[in-house]
Design a protein around this ligand. Structure first.
Ligand SMILES: [Zn+2]
Length: 132
């Protein structure tokens, strides 16, 4: 016959170490939720791929329809990366500062870049499939 070891703190109504850090809300809020951070990190990773694929064929960045002014804004790769990093560190998007005097021919949408990357991926996959 065994007695279970008794947890000395079991049932103790006051744990002196609990709750001290949780009560100071307000100042130290994490600016982004974990899900939002994840989204930004994924965008950054996508951006690397898109630049690697599209940069060599002359694409300089992405065009994004602005929700504020309802006009397309043109962002260079570096600018996009800077904006996303700024969002990660500060939790708020930078005031939009699109590339000046852009040539629209050299910018594509996220959707186009994503489709292009998928197409390249499919081509590569097909190429390696038929050596059985
Ligand atoms: Zn705008």
């Amino acid at each position: 016959m065994h007695d279970e070891p008794i947890d000395p703190f079991n049932g103790d109504p006051v744990d002196p170490s609990a709750g001290l850090d949780d009560l100071t809300d307000g100042d130290n809020q994490d600016p982004l939720t974990e899900a939002e951070r994840q989204d930004v990190l994924e965008d950054l990773a996508d951006l690397e791929i898109y630049q690697a694929l599209l940069g060599p064929i002359g694409v300089r960045g992405l065009v994004i329809e602005c929700e504020d002014c309802h006009e397309p804004h043109y962002f260079d790769w570096d600018l996009l990366r800077g904006n996303l990093r700024h969002l990660l560190s500060s939790g708020r998007p930078r005031v939009h500062e699109p590339a000046y005097d852009p040539d629209p021919d050299h910018y594509v949408t996220w959707e186009y870049a994503r489709g292009y990357a998928d197409g390249v991926h499919d081509t590569l996959t097909e190429g390696t499939d038929d050596n059985e």
